[in-house]
Design a protein around this ligand. Structure first.
Ligand SMILES: [Zn+2]
Length: 601
Protein backbone atom coordinates (compact mmCIF):
# COMPACT_ATOMS: atom_id res chain seq x y z
CA UNK A 1 0.00 0.00 0.00
CA UNK A 2 1.29 3.45 -0.85
CA UNK A 3 0.58 4.74 2.63
CA UNK A 4 0.75 2.08 5.29
CA UNK A 5 -0.43 4.41 8.02
CA UNK A 6 -3.58 5.38 6.23
CA UNK A 7 -6.68 4.32 8.10
CA UNK A 8 -9.01 2.46 5.80
CA UNK A 9 -12.70 3.34 5.77
CA UNK A 10 -15.17 1.18 7.64
CA UNK A 11 -18.87 1.18 6.83
CA UNK A 12 -21.50 2.77 9.04
CA UNK A 13 -24.11 0.14 9.84
CA UNK A 14 -25.52 2.24 12.66
CA UNK A 15 -27.17 4.26 9.93
CA UNK A 16 -29.48 1.25 9.48
CA UNK A 17 -30.13 0.59 13.16
CA UNK A 18 -28.45 2.71 15.85
CA UNK A 19 -28.71 -0.17 18.29
CA UNK A 20 -29.56 -3.86 18.39
CA UNK A 21 -32.80 -2.99 20.19
CA UNK A 22 -33.86 -1.09 17.08
CA UNK A 23 -33.10 -4.12 14.95
CA UNK A 24 -35.03 -6.34 17.36
CA UNK A 25 -38.03 -4.00 17.21
CA UNK A 26 -38.29 -4.40 13.43
CA UNK A 27 -37.57 -8.12 13.71
CA UNK A 28 -40.54 -8.43 16.05
CA UNK A 29 -42.74 -6.73 13.44
CA UNK A 30 -42.16 -9.45 10.84
CA UNK A 31 -44.56 -11.98 12.38
CA UNK A 32 -47.57 -9.67 12.86
CA UNK A 33 -47.00 -8.14 9.43
CA UNK A 34 -46.93 -11.59 7.84
CA UNK A 35 -50.15 -12.44 9.64
CA UNK A 36 -51.71 -9.25 8.36
CA UNK A 37 -50.70 -10.12 4.79
CA UNK A 38 -51.99 -13.69 5.28
CA UNK A 39 -55.34 -12.38 6.53
CA UNK A 40 -56.22 -11.44 2.93
CA UNK A 41 -56.24 -15.10 1.97
CA UNK A 42 -59.49 -15.96 0.19
CA UNK A 43 -60.36 -12.28 -0.28
CA UNK A 44 -58.21 -11.07 -3.21
CA UNK A 45 -61.07 -11.20 -5.72
CA UNK A 46 -63.45 -9.20 -3.52
CA UNK A 47 -62.65 -5.78 -4.92
CA UNK A 48 -59.86 -3.64 -6.30
CA UNK A 49 -59.60 -1.97 -2.87
CA UNK A 50 -59.09 -5.27 -1.06
CA UNK A 51 -56.53 -6.38 -3.63
CA UNK A 52 -54.70 -3.09 -3.23
CA UNK A 53 -54.65 -3.46 0.55
CA UNK A 54 -53.26 -7.00 0.18
CA UNK A 55 -50.57 -5.90 -2.28
CA UNK A 56 -49.53 -3.11 0.06
CA UNK A 57 -49.45 -5.39 3.08
CA UNK A 58 -47.17 -7.73 1.12
CA UNK A 59 -44.88 -4.92 0.00
CA UNK A 60 -44.63 -3.43 3.49
CA UNK A 61 -43.73 -6.85 4.83
CA UNK A 62 -41.03 -7.32 2.17
CA UNK A 63 -39.67 -3.88 2.80
CA UNK A 64 -39.15 -4.30 6.53
CA UNK A 65 -37.90 -7.87 6.10
CA UNK A 66 -35.24 -6.67 3.66
CA UNK A 67 -34.03 -4.02 6.08
CA UNK A 68 -33.81 -6.50 8.95
CA UNK A 69 -32.08 -8.97 6.66
CA UNK A 70 -29.56 -6.52 5.21
CA UNK A 71 -28.42 -5.44 8.66
CA UNK A 72 -28.12 -9.02 9.79
CA UNK A 73 -26.09 -10.22 6.80
CA UNK A 74 -23.80 -7.18 6.69
CA UNK A 75 -22.92 -7.46 10.38
CA UNK A 76 -22.27 -11.15 9.84
CA UNK A 77 -20.13 -10.62 6.72
CA UNK A 78 -17.89 -8.02 8.32
CA UNK A 79 -16.82 -10.69 10.80
CA UNK A 80 -18.28 -14.16 10.35
CA UNK A 81 -16.50 -15.35 13.51
CA UNK A 82 -18.75 -13.44 15.90
CA UNK A 83 -21.20 -15.81 17.61
CA UNK A 84 -23.99 -13.29 18.35
CA UNK A 85 -24.05 -12.20 14.68
CA UNK A 86 -24.27 -15.82 13.57
CA UNK A 87 -27.01 -16.53 16.09
CA UNK A 88 -28.96 -13.44 15.02
CA UNK A 89 -28.74 -14.40 11.37
CA UNK A 90 -29.77 -17.97 12.14
CA UNK A 91 -32.75 -16.76 14.15
CA UNK A 92 -33.87 -14.55 11.26
CA UNK A 93 -33.57 -17.32 8.68
CA UNK A 94 -35.54 -19.69 10.90
CA UNK A 95 -38.31 -17.14 11.30
CA UNK A 96 -38.50 -16.49 7.55
CA UNK A 97 -38.63 -20.21 6.79
CA UNK A 98 -41.39 -20.67 9.37
CA UNK A 99 -43.50 -17.81 8.00
CA UNK A 100 -43.04 -18.28 4.26
CA UNK A 101 -45.92 -20.81 3.86
CA UNK A 102 -48.28 -18.09 5.10
CA UNK A 103 -47.42 -15.96 2.07
CA UNK A 104 -47.71 -18.73 -0.50
CA UNK A 105 -51.43 -18.18 -1.13
CA UNK A 106 -50.99 -14.90 -2.97
CA UNK A 107 -49.85 -15.80 -6.50
CA UNK A 108 -52.12 -18.85 -7.05
CA UNK A 109 -55.13 -16.95 -5.70
CA UNK A 110 -54.35 -13.98 -7.92
CA UNK A 111 -54.26 -16.28 -10.95
CA UNK A 112 -57.68 -17.67 -10.05
CA UNK A 113 -59.42 -14.32 -10.40
CA UNK A 114 -61.39 -14.42 -13.67
CA UNK A 115 -59.74 -12.55 -16.55
CA UNK A 116 -62.53 -10.02 -17.09
CA UNK A 117 -62.76 -9.24 -13.41
CA UNK A 118 -59.00 -8.81 -13.20
CA UNK A 119 -59.07 -6.54 -16.27
CA UNK A 120 -61.56 -4.32 -14.43
CA UNK A 121 -59.36 -4.26 -11.35
CA UNK A 122 -56.30 -3.35 -13.37
CA UNK A 123 -58.13 -0.53 -15.13
CA UNK A 124 -59.22 1.00 -11.85
CA UNK A 125 -57.43 4.07 -10.53
CA UNK A 126 -57.06 2.34 -7.16
CA UNK A 127 -54.65 -0.24 -8.53
CA UNK A 128 -52.88 2.03 -11.02
CA UNK A 129 -49.67 2.23 -8.94
CA UNK A 130 -49.41 -1.58 -8.90
CA UNK A 131 -50.67 -2.34 -12.43
CA UNK A 132 -47.28 -3.25 -13.84
CA UNK A 133 -46.38 -5.26 -10.75
CA UNK A 134 -49.57 -7.33 -10.99
CA UNK A 135 -49.30 -7.72 -14.75
CA UNK A 136 -45.84 -9.17 -14.35
CA UNK A 137 -47.14 -11.82 -11.98
CA UNK A 138 -50.14 -12.50 -14.20
CA UNK A 139 -47.99 -12.85 -17.32
CA UNK A 140 -47.15 -16.35 -16.12
CA UNK A 141 -50.80 -17.26 -15.98
CA UNK A 142 -50.94 -18.80 -19.44
CA UNK A 143 -48.14 -21.14 -18.41
CA UNK A 144 -49.71 -22.23 -15.13
CA UNK A 145 -51.46 -25.60 -15.14
CA UNK A 146 -54.51 -26.73 -13.23
CA UNK A 147 -54.22 -26.97 -9.46
CA UNK A 148 -53.87 -30.78 -9.26
CA UNK A 149 -51.29 -30.69 -12.06
CA UNK A 150 -49.28 -28.00 -10.32
CA UNK A 151 -49.49 -29.97 -7.09
CA UNK A 152 -48.21 -33.06 -8.81
CA UNK A 153 -45.33 -31.15 -10.40
CA UNK A 154 -44.58 -29.48 -7.11
CA UNK A 155 -44.22 -32.81 -5.36
CA UNK A 156 -41.71 -33.85 -8.03
CA UNK A 157 -39.64 -30.66 -7.84
CA UNK A 158 -36.83 -32.20 -5.79
CA UNK A 159 -36.70 -35.23 -8.03
CA UNK A 160 -36.45 -33.00 -11.09
CA UNK A 161 -33.35 -31.31 -9.72
CA UNK A 162 -31.57 -34.60 -9.20
CA UNK A 163 -29.36 -34.62 -12.29
CA UNK A 164 -27.74 -31.31 -11.42
CA UNK A 165 -27.31 -32.49 -7.81
CA UNK A 166 -25.54 -35.59 -9.11
CA UNK A 167 -23.33 -33.35 -11.26
CA UNK A 168 -22.42 -31.16 -8.29
CA UNK A 169 -21.64 -34.09 -6.02
CA UNK A 170 -19.55 -35.83 -8.62
CA UNK A 171 -17.73 -32.69 -9.72
CA UNK A 172 -17.13 -31.10 -6.32
CA UNK A 173 -16.86 -34.06 -3.97
CA UNK A 174 -16.21 -37.43 -5.55
CA UNK A 175 -13.76 -36.62 -8.33
CA UNK A 176 -10.13 -37.05 -7.38
CA UNK A 177 -7.77 -35.34 -9.79
CA UNK A 178 -4.62 -36.48 -7.98
CA UNK A 179 -1.69 -34.09 -7.97
CA UNK A 180 0.72 -32.49 -10.41
CA UNK A 181 4.30 -31.35 -10.09
CA UNK A 182 4.88 -27.62 -10.21
CA UNK A 183 7.96 -25.92 -11.73
CA UNK A 184 10.07 -26.82 -8.69
CA UNK A 185 9.03 -30.45 -8.81
CA UNK A 186 6.77 -30.06 -5.80
CA UNK A 187 3.50 -32.00 -5.89
CA UNK A 188 0.42 -29.77 -5.87
CA UNK A 189 -3.00 -31.26 -5.17
CA UNK A 190 -5.14 -30.71 -8.24
CA UNK A 191 -8.55 -29.20 -7.51
CA UNK A 192 -10.89 -26.78 -9.30
CA UNK A 193 -9.20 -23.91 -7.45
CA UNK A 194 -5.59 -24.98 -7.98
CA UNK A 195 -6.34 -25.80 -11.65
CA UNK A 196 -7.11 -22.16 -12.38
CA UNK A 197 -3.96 -20.87 -10.69
CA UNK A 198 -1.81 -23.57 -12.32
CA UNK A 199 -3.20 -22.47 -15.69
CA UNK A 200 -1.66 -19.06 -14.97
CA UNK A 201 1.74 -20.58 -14.22
CA UNK A 202 4.46 -19.08 -16.46
CA UNK A 203 5.98 -22.53 -17.02
CA UNK A 204 4.36 -24.07 -20.08
CA UNK A 205 5.22 -27.63 -19.06
CA UNK A 206 3.44 -27.16 -15.72
CA UNK A 207 0.35 -25.89 -17.50
CA UNK A 208 0.42 -28.73 -20.00
CA UNK A 209 0.81 -31.40 -17.30
CA UNK A 210 -2.05 -29.87 -15.33
CA UNK A 211 -4.33 -29.66 -18.33
CA UNK A 212 -3.67 -33.28 -19.37
CA UNK A 213 -4.11 -34.58 -15.86
CA UNK A 214 -7.39 -32.79 -15.23
CA UNK A 215 -9.00 -33.99 -18.43
CA UNK A 216 -7.76 -37.55 -17.96
CA UNK A 217 -10.03 -37.68 -14.91
CA UNK A 218 -12.98 -36.15 -16.78
CA UNK A 219 -12.47 -38.64 -19.57
CA UNK A 220 -12.94 -41.54 -17.13
CA UNK A 221 -16.36 -40.22 -16.13
CA UNK A 222 -17.48 -38.62 -19.37
CA UNK A 223 -20.54 -40.83 -19.84
CA UNK A 224 -21.82 -40.08 -16.35
CA UNK A 225 -21.26 -36.35 -16.89
CA UNK A 226 -23.13 -36.55 -20.20
CA UNK A 227 -26.02 -38.29 -18.46
CA UNK A 228 -26.29 -35.53 -15.88
CA UNK A 229 -26.44 -32.91 -18.63
CA UNK A 230 -28.95 -34.96 -20.58
CA UNK A 231 -31.13 -35.03 -17.45
CA UNK A 232 -30.82 -31.30 -16.80
CA UNK A 233 -31.54 -30.34 -20.39
CA UNK A 234 -34.54 -32.70 -20.53
CA UNK A 235 -35.87 -31.07 -17.40
CA UNK A 236 -35.83 -27.74 -19.26
CA UNK A 237 -37.25 -29.04 -22.53
CA UNK A 238 -40.00 -31.15 -20.97
CA UNK A 239 -40.84 -28.33 -18.57
CA UNK A 240 -41.17 -25.88 -21.47
CA UNK A 241 -43.44 -28.29 -23.37
CA UNK A 242 -45.68 -28.97 -20.37
CA UNK A 243 -46.08 -25.24 -19.79
CA UNK A 244 -46.93 -24.48 -23.41
CA UNK A 245 -43.77 -22.70 -24.49
CA UNK A 246 -42.59 -23.20 -28.06
CA UNK A 247 -39.17 -24.35 -26.79
CA UNK A 248 -36.82 -24.29 -23.80
CA UNK A 249 -35.01 -21.13 -24.89
CA UNK A 250 -38.27 -19.22 -25.12
CA UNK A 251 -39.32 -20.47 -21.67
CA UNK A 252 -36.04 -19.46 -20.07
CA UNK A 253 -36.07 -15.95 -21.54
CA UNK A 254 -39.71 -15.33 -20.61
CA UNK A 255 -38.78 -14.30 -17.06
CA UNK A 256 -36.87 -11.28 -18.35
CA UNK A 257 -39.35 -10.73 -21.22
CA UNK A 258 -36.48 -11.04 -23.64
CA UNK A 259 -37.28 -12.34 -27.13
CA UNK A 260 -35.30 -15.23 -28.61
CA UNK A 261 -33.91 -12.89 -31.25
CA UNK A 262 -31.70 -11.19 -28.60
CA UNK A 263 -30.05 -14.53 -27.88
CA UNK A 264 -29.65 -15.51 -31.51
CA UNK A 265 -28.42 -12.01 -32.50
CA UNK A 266 -25.72 -12.23 -29.87
CA UNK A 267 -24.40 -15.50 -31.28
CA UNK A 268 -24.56 -14.23 -34.87
CA UNK A 269 -22.81 -10.95 -34.01
CA UNK A 270 -20.01 -12.68 -32.12
CA UNK A 271 -19.44 -15.01 -35.08
CA UNK A 272 -19.22 -12.02 -37.37
CA UNK A 273 -16.53 -10.54 -35.15
CA UNK A 274 -14.46 -13.68 -34.56
CA UNK A 275 -11.61 -12.24 -36.68
CA UNK A 276 -10.96 -9.66 -33.92
CA UNK A 277 -10.58 -12.54 -31.50
CA UNK A 278 -8.27 -14.42 -33.91
CA UNK A 279 -6.14 -11.29 -34.01
CA UNK A 280 -5.85 -11.32 -30.20
CA UNK A 281 -4.90 -15.00 -30.20
CA UNK A 282 -2.33 -14.32 -32.92
CA UNK A 283 -0.84 -11.55 -30.77
CA UNK A 284 -0.61 -13.97 -27.82
CA UNK A 285 1.09 -16.50 -30.07
CA UNK A 286 3.64 -13.91 -31.22
CA UNK A 287 4.39 -12.66 -27.72
CA UNK A 288 4.74 -16.20 -26.38
CA UNK A 289 6.94 -17.09 -29.39
CA UNK A 290 5.04 -20.30 -30.10
CA UNK A 291 4.36 -21.93 -33.43
CA UNK A 292 0.79 -22.62 -32.33
CA UNK A 293 -1.08 -21.83 -29.16
CA UNK A 294 -2.69 -24.62 -27.20
CA UNK A 295 -5.62 -24.44 -24.82
CA UNK A 296 -3.25 -24.21 -21.87
CA UNK A 297 -1.63 -21.03 -23.27
CA UNK A 298 -4.48 -18.62 -22.79
CA UNK A 299 -4.67 -17.86 -19.07
CA UNK A 300 -1.02 -17.19 -18.25
CA UNK A 301 -0.47 -13.42 -18.08
CA UNK A 302 1.08 -11.96 -21.22
CA UNK A 303 2.74 -9.21 -19.25
CA UNK A 304 4.44 -8.93 -15.88
CA UNK A 305 2.09 -8.06 -13.06
CA UNK A 306 1.36 -4.38 -12.53
CA UNK A 307 3.22 -3.39 -9.41
CA UNK A 308 1.60 0.00 -8.91
CA UNK A 309 0.21 0.63 -5.45
CA UNK A 310 -2.53 3.02 -4.42
CA UNK A 311 -3.71 4.41 -1.12
CA UNK A 312 -7.45 4.30 -0.60
CA UNK A 313 -7.60 8.09 -0.95
CA UNK A 314 -5.85 7.83 -4.32
CA UNK A 315 -8.19 5.06 -5.42
CA UNK A 316 -11.23 7.14 -4.44
CA UNK A 317 -9.89 10.16 -6.38
CA UNK A 318 -9.24 8.00 -9.45
CA UNK A 319 -12.77 6.62 -9.41
CA UNK A 320 -14.27 10.09 -8.96
CA UNK A 321 -12.19 11.46 -11.82
CA UNK A 322 -12.99 8.49 -14.05
CA UNK A 323 -16.77 8.93 -13.73
CA UNK A 324 -16.65 12.67 -14.54
CA UNK A 325 -18.34 11.97 -17.91
CA UNK A 326 -21.44 11.03 -15.89
CA UNK A 327 -21.86 14.65 -14.89
CA UNK A 328 -22.33 16.63 -11.67
CA UNK A 329 -25.50 14.88 -10.46
CA UNK A 330 -23.69 11.55 -10.42
CA UNK A 331 -20.55 13.08 -8.94
CA UNK A 332 -22.49 14.61 -6.09
CA UNK A 333 -24.23 11.35 -5.28
CA UNK A 334 -20.93 9.50 -5.42
CA UNK A 335 -19.52 11.80 -2.75
CA UNK A 336 -22.16 10.40 -0.41
CA UNK A 337 -20.62 6.94 -0.65
CA UNK A 338 -17.53 8.32 1.07
CA UNK A 339 -19.14 10.91 3.35
CA UNK A 340 -21.84 8.59 4.64
CA UNK A 341 -19.42 5.67 4.87
CA UNK A 342 -21.04 3.07 2.62
CA UNK A 343 -17.79 1.16 2.10
CA UNK A 344 -15.99 -1.39 4.27
CA UNK A 345 -12.39 -1.88 3.18
CA UNK A 346 -10.03 -3.18 5.91
CA UNK A 347 -8.76 -6.72 5.88
CA UNK A 348 -10.19 -8.51 8.91
CA UNK A 349 -10.01 -12.06 10.15
CA UNK A 350 -13.40 -13.64 9.59
CA UNK A 351 -14.49 -11.06 7.01
CA UNK A 352 -16.37 -12.51 4.04
CA UNK A 353 -14.01 -12.75 1.07
CA UNK A 354 -14.72 -11.24 -2.33
CA UNK A 355 -16.56 -8.02 -2.98
CA UNK A 356 -20.18 -7.01 -3.36
CA UNK A 357 -22.64 -4.16 -3.27
CA UNK A 358 -25.64 -4.86 -1.05
CA UNK A 359 -28.47 -2.98 0.53
CA UNK A 360 -32.17 -2.36 0.19
CA UNK A 361 -34.68 0.44 -0.23
CA UNK A 362 -34.23 1.73 3.34
CA UNK A 363 -30.46 1.42 3.68
CA UNK A 364 -27.42 2.80 1.94
CA UNK A 365 -26.21 0.64 -0.93
CA UNK A 366 -23.20 -0.70 0.99
CA UNK A 367 -19.96 -2.04 -0.49
CA UNK A 368 -17.89 -4.81 1.06
CA UNK A 369 -14.36 -5.33 -0.24
CA UNK A 370 -10.82 -5.81 1.01
CA UNK A 371 -8.59 -2.98 -0.11
CA UNK A 372 -4.90 -3.84 -0.32
CA UNK A 373 -3.86 -1.09 -2.70
CA UNK A 374 -3.54 -3.03 -5.96
CA UNK A 375 -4.79 -1.77 -9.30
CA UNK A 376 -7.32 -4.60 -9.19
CA UNK A 377 -8.69 -3.16 -5.96
CA UNK A 378 -9.17 0.21 -7.65
CA UNK A 379 -11.16 -1.53 -10.40
CA UNK A 380 -13.18 -3.41 -7.79
CA UNK A 381 -14.03 -0.14 -6.05
CA UNK A 382 -15.20 1.40 -9.34
CA UNK A 383 -17.21 -1.73 -10.15
CA UNK A 384 -18.99 -2.09 -6.81
CA UNK A 385 -19.71 1.63 -6.63
CA UNK A 386 -21.29 1.28 -10.07
CA UNK A 387 -23.76 -1.20 -8.57
CA UNK A 388 -24.31 0.99 -5.54
CA UNK A 389 -24.97 4.13 -7.56
CA UNK A 390 -27.45 2.22 -9.71
CA UNK A 391 -29.29 1.18 -6.52
CA UNK A 392 -29.02 4.68 -5.10
CA UNK A 393 -30.59 6.36 -8.14
CA UNK A 394 -33.31 3.75 -8.56
CA UNK A 395 -34.17 3.91 -4.85
CA UNK A 396 -34.33 7.70 -4.94
CA UNK A 397 -36.48 7.78 -8.07
CA UNK A 398 -38.81 4.78 -8.01
CA UNK A 399 -41.44 3.75 -5.48
CA UNK A 400 -40.46 0.65 -3.49
CA UNK A 401 -42.39 -1.70 -5.77
CA UNK A 402 -40.29 -0.80 -8.85
CA UNK A 403 -36.97 0.13 -7.27
CA UNK A 404 -35.14 -3.18 -7.67
CA UNK A 405 -33.43 -3.65 -11.01
CA UNK A 406 -33.31 -6.95 -12.89
CA UNK A 407 -30.37 -9.34 -13.18
CA UNK A 408 -30.40 -8.75 -16.94
CA UNK A 409 -29.17 -5.16 -16.42
CA UNK A 410 -27.39 -5.70 -13.09
CA UNK A 411 -23.82 -5.77 -14.42
CA UNK A 412 -24.24 -2.88 -16.86
CA UNK A 413 -23.66 0.06 -14.49
CA UNK A 414 -20.74 -1.64 -12.73
CA UNK A 415 -19.00 -2.59 -15.97
CA UNK A 416 -19.54 0.88 -17.43
CA UNK A 417 -17.66 2.34 -14.46
CA UNK A 418 -14.80 -0.11 -14.98
CA UNK A 419 -14.48 0.90 -18.62
CA UNK A 420 -14.54 4.59 -17.71
CA UNK A 421 -11.76 3.95 -15.19
CA UNK A 422 -9.76 2.06 -17.75
CA UNK A 423 -10.07 4.94 -20.24
CA UNK A 424 -9.18 7.47 -17.56
CA UNK A 425 -6.04 5.57 -16.51
CA UNK A 426 -4.97 5.34 -20.15
CA UNK A 427 -5.39 9.06 -20.56
CA UNK A 428 -3.27 9.69 -17.48
CA UNK A 429 -0.33 7.52 -18.44
CA UNK A 430 2.27 7.70 -21.18
CA UNK A 431 4.19 4.65 -19.97
CA UNK A 432 3.86 2.00 -22.70
CA UNK A 433 4.35 -0.89 -20.26
CA UNK A 434 1.50 0.31 -18.04
CA UNK A 435 -0.70 1.09 -21.02
CA UNK A 436 -0.03 -2.37 -22.43
CA UNK A 437 -0.95 -3.85 -19.06
CA UNK A 438 -4.27 -1.97 -19.10
CA UNK A 439 -5.09 -2.99 -22.66
CA UNK A 440 -4.22 -6.60 -21.86
CA UNK A 441 -6.44 -6.53 -18.78
CA UNK A 442 -9.41 -5.20 -20.75
CA UNK A 443 -8.84 -7.56 -23.67
CA UNK A 444 -8.94 -10.52 -21.27
CA UNK A 445 -12.12 -9.26 -19.66
CA UNK A 446 -13.90 -8.89 -22.98
CA UNK A 447 -12.61 -12.27 -24.10
CA UNK A 448 -13.92 -13.92 -20.92
CA UNK A 449 -17.22 -12.08 -20.78
CA UNK A 450 -18.30 -11.72 -24.39
CA UNK A 451 -16.50 -14.37 -26.48
CA UNK A 452 -16.31 -17.20 -23.96
CA UNK A 453 -19.81 -16.74 -22.54
CA UNK A 454 -21.26 -16.56 -26.04
CA UNK A 455 -19.52 -19.80 -26.93
CA UNK A 456 -21.16 -21.28 -23.84
CA UNK A 457 -24.50 -19.80 -24.88
CA UNK A 458 -24.18 -21.39 -28.30
CA UNK A 459 -23.35 -24.77 -26.77
CA UNK A 460 -26.35 -24.51 -24.45
CA UNK A 461 -28.60 -23.79 -27.39
CA UNK A 462 -27.14 -26.76 -29.27
CA UNK A 463 -27.84 -29.10 -26.35
CA UNK A 464 -31.42 -27.98 -25.93
CA UNK A 465 -32.19 -28.06 -29.64
CA UNK A 466 -30.65 -31.52 -29.96
CA UNK A 467 -32.89 -32.88 -27.24
CA UNK A 468 -35.89 -31.08 -28.69
CA UNK A 469 -35.20 -32.82 -32.00
CA UNK A 470 -35.06 -36.17 -30.25
CA UNK A 471 -31.28 -36.61 -30.10
CA UNK A 472 -30.03 -37.72 -26.67
CA UNK A 473 -26.91 -36.04 -25.27
CA UNK A 474 -24.08 -38.54 -25.30
CA UNK A 475 -20.46 -37.84 -24.41
CA UNK A 476 -19.55 -38.46 -28.05
CA UNK A 477 -22.02 -35.87 -29.34
CA UNK A 478 -21.06 -33.28 -26.73
CA UNK A 479 -17.33 -33.80 -27.29
CA UNK A 480 -17.67 -33.41 -31.02
CA UNK A 481 -19.68 -30.19 -30.83
CA UNK A 482 -17.56 -28.69 -28.06
CA UNK A 483 -14.33 -29.35 -29.93
CA UNK A 484 -15.72 -27.84 -33.13
CA UNK A 485 -16.84 -24.73 -31.26
CA UNK A 486 -13.40 -24.29 -29.72
CA UNK A 487 -11.70 -24.67 -33.09
CA UNK A 488 -14.05 -22.14 -34.61
CA UNK A 489 -13.80 -19.61 -31.76
CA UNK A 490 -10.04 -19.67 -31.25
CA UNK A 491 -9.11 -19.63 -34.93
CA UNK A 492 -5.89 -20.26 -36.84
CA UNK A 493 -3.35 -19.33 -34.13
CA UNK A 494 -4.63 -22.19 -31.97
CA UNK A 495 -4.18 -25.91 -32.38
CA UNK A 496 -6.38 -27.12 -29.54
CA UNK A 497 -5.47 -30.25 -27.63
CA UNK A 498 -8.18 -32.85 -28.24
CA UNK A 499 -8.85 -33.03 -24.49
CA UNK A 500 -10.56 -29.61 -24.55
CA UNK A 501 -13.51 -31.45 -26.11
CA UNK A 502 -14.34 -32.50 -22.53
CA UNK A 503 -14.45 -29.04 -21.00
CA UNK A 504 -18.26 -29.08 -21.08
CA UNK A 505 -18.13 -31.71 -18.33
CA UNK A 506 -16.68 -29.34 -15.75
CA UNK A 507 -18.73 -26.18 -16.39
CA UNK A 508 -21.50 -25.80 -13.78
CA UNK A 509 -23.19 -23.09 -15.87
CA UNK A 510 -24.40 -25.72 -18.33
CA UNK A 511 -26.73 -26.87 -15.58
CA UNK A 512 -28.24 -23.39 -15.31
CA UNK A 513 -30.97 -22.47 -17.69
CA UNK A 514 -29.78 -20.11 -20.46
CA UNK A 515 -28.16 -17.77 -17.99
CA UNK A 516 -24.65 -16.92 -19.21
CA UNK A 517 -25.69 -14.93 -22.30
CA UNK A 518 -26.59 -12.11 -19.90
CA UNK A 519 -22.92 -11.62 -19.10
CA UNK A 520 -22.22 -11.03 -22.79
CA UNK A 521 -25.18 -8.72 -23.46
CA UNK A 522 -24.45 -6.82 -20.24
CA UNK A 523 -20.84 -6.12 -21.14
CA UNK A 524 -21.73 -5.21 -24.73
CA UNK A 525 -24.24 -2.69 -23.42
CA UNK A 526 -21.68 -1.29 -20.97
CA UNK A 527 -19.06 -0.80 -23.70
CA UNK A 528 -21.59 1.03 -25.83
CA UNK A 529 -22.77 3.21 -22.93
CA UNK A 530 -19.25 4.09 -21.84
CA UNK A 531 -18.52 5.25 -25.39
CA UNK A 532 -21.74 7.32 -25.36
CA UNK A 533 -20.74 8.93 -22.06
CA UNK A 534 -17.26 9.75 -23.22
CA UNK A 535 -18.63 11.50 -26.30
CA UNK A 536 -19.62 14.27 -23.88
CA UNK A 537 -23.07 14.65 -25.39
CA UNK A 538 -25.48 15.84 -22.75
CA UNK A 539 -28.52 13.95 -24.07
CA UNK A 540 -26.57 10.67 -23.98
CA UNK A 541 -25.54 11.32 -20.39
CA UNK A 542 -29.15 12.08 -19.44
CA UNK A 543 -30.24 8.86 -21.16
CA UNK A 544 -27.71 6.95 -19.07
CA UNK A 545 -28.88 8.52 -15.82
CA UNK A 546 -32.41 7.59 -16.89
CA UNK A 547 -31.32 3.96 -16.95
CA UNK A 548 -29.82 4.23 -13.45
CA UNK A 549 -33.08 5.73 -12.21
CA UNK A 550 -35.41 3.28 -13.94
CA UNK A 551 -35.25 0.37 -11.48
CA UNK A 552 -37.71 -2.20 -12.84
CA UNK A 553 -40.31 0.35 -13.90
CA UNK A 554 -40.15 -0.89 -17.51
CA UNK A 555 -39.12 -4.02 -19.42
CA UNK A 556 -35.35 -4.49 -19.45
CA UNK A 557 -35.06 -4.13 -23.22
CA UNK A 558 -36.99 -0.85 -23.11
CA UNK A 559 -34.83 0.47 -20.28
CA UNK A 560 -31.71 -0.35 -22.28
CA UNK A 561 -33.17 1.16 -25.43
CA UNK A 562 -33.99 4.42 -23.65
CA UNK A 563 -30.44 4.43 -22.30
CA UNK A 564 -29.08 4.26 -25.84
CA UNK A 565 -28.56 0.53 -26.44
CA UNK A 566 -30.97 -1.41 -28.63
CA UNK A 567 -30.28 -5.03 -27.74
CA UNK A 568 -32.98 -6.22 -30.13
CA UNK A 569 -30.43 -5.53 -32.89
CA UNK A 570 -26.90 -6.82 -33.42
CA UNK A 571 -25.44 -3.33 -33.38
CA UNK A 572 -24.40 -3.07 -29.70
CA UNK A 573 -22.51 -6.37 -29.80
CA UNK A 574 -20.90 -5.49 -33.13
CA UNK A 575 -19.75 -2.12 -31.83
CA UNK A 576 -18.52 -3.67 -28.55
CA UNK A 577 -16.40 -6.11 -30.53
CA UNK A 578 -15.13 -3.39 -32.84
CA UNK A 579 -13.95 -1.70 -29.67
CA UNK A 580 -12.29 -4.98 -28.67
CA UNK A 581 -10.52 -4.99 -32.04
CA UNK A 582 -9.14 -1.52 -31.29
CA UNK A 583 -8.02 -2.65 -27.83
CA UNK A 584 -6.03 -5.50 -29.41
CA UNK A 585 -4.47 -3.15 -31.98
CA UNK A 586 -3.51 -0.73 -29.18
CA UNK A 587 -2.12 -3.58 -27.10
CA UNK A 588 0.12 -4.64 -29.98
CA UNK A 589 1.32 -1.05 -30.48
CA UNK A 590 2.10 -0.48 -26.78
CA UNK A 591 3.92 -3.80 -26.54
CA UNK A 592 6.12 -2.77 -29.47
CA UNK A 593 6.81 0.61 -27.86
CA UNK A 594 7.62 -1.00 -24.53
CA UNK A 595 9.98 -3.45 -26.23
CA UNK A 596 11.72 -0.61 -28.10
CA UNK A 597 12.13 1.32 -24.83
CA UNK A 598 13.49 -1.78 -23.12
CA UNK A 599 16.15 -2.10 -25.82
CA UNK A 600 17.21 1.54 -25.48
CA UNK A 601 17.70 1.50 -21.74
ZN1 LIG B 1 -20.83 -6.93 -10.30
Amino acid sequence: MANKNESLPVWDLEAIYPSLEDWQRDFDMIRPMTEKFASFKGRLGESAEVLKAAVEAGLELNRITEKVYVYSHLTLDQDTGVDPSRARHGKLNALLAELSPLEAYFTPELMEIADDRMAQFLDSAVLAPYRRHLQEILAEKKHILSEPEEKLLGSYSNVLGLSSNVFNTLNDTDLDFGSVKDEKGKAVKLSHGSYLSLMENPDREVRKRTFKKLYRTYNQFKNTFASTLDGTVRRHTVGAKIRNFPNALNAALEGDRVPESVYRNLIAAVHEKLPAFYDYMELRREVMKLEKLDMFDIYNPLLPDCRKEYSFAEAAELVKAAVKPLGPEYGKALELAFKQRWIDTPERKGKRSGAYSSGCFDTYPYVLMTFKGTLNDVFTLAHELGHSMHSYFSNCTQPYVYADYRIFVAEVASTTNEILLFEHLLEQSSDPAFRAYLYGHLADEIRGTIYRQTMFAEFELFMHESVEQGTPLTAELLNKKYYELNKEFYGPAMEPDKAIALEWARIPHFHYNFYVYKYATGMSAALKLAANLRSGRKELREAYLGFLKAGSSKDVLDIMKDAGVDLSTREPVISALDYFGNVVTSLRRELQKAAAQGQQS
